[in-house]
Design a protein around this ligand. Structure first.
Ligand SMILES: [Zn+2]
Length: 120
């Protein structure tokens, strides 16, 4: 999460900025450039996970429109040592990790483990 928050994850946009010739399309939704902001805030794949998580814990005030406002929301919700804040920190870390691991599965193993965009 530290790498995510500092925008230090080796996302495609960062790898390309270092001179690597790679496909920068998001591997999770195939509908945008793979940047930290896209992958963790704007990506349809991640938004689907957040919608399910927020419905599960019955929160309606989540922010998924831009990284800066999303970060402010994370900090606000994660602040403190009450049970809600502790659970939110765990949930946020697990969600971010699941998104990153799924991205890596799709890039390095060419497999989809999670598919949040399935039509039902
Ligand atoms: Zn995406």
């Amino acid at each position: 999460m530290w790498l995510q928050l500092q925008n230090k994850l080796p996302t495609s946009d960062r790898l390309a900025s270092w001179g690597m010739d790679i496909n920068q399309q998001c591997k999770l939704c195939q509908n945008g450039l793979e940047t930290r902001d896209h992958m963790f805030v704007c990506c349809e794949f991640t938004i689907a996970i957040w919608r399910k998580l927020m419905a599960w814990i019955k929160w309606t005030d989540y922010t998924l429109d831009a990284w800066d406002t999303h970060l402010k929301w994370i900090i606000e919700k994660a602040r403190g040592n009450n049970l809600t804040a502790q659970l939110f920190r765990l949930m946020y870390a697990e969600c971010s990790h699941a998104v990153w691991i799924e991205r890596n599965h799709r890039i390095f193993e060419d497999v989809e483990i999670l598919n949040t965009l399935q039509k039902r």
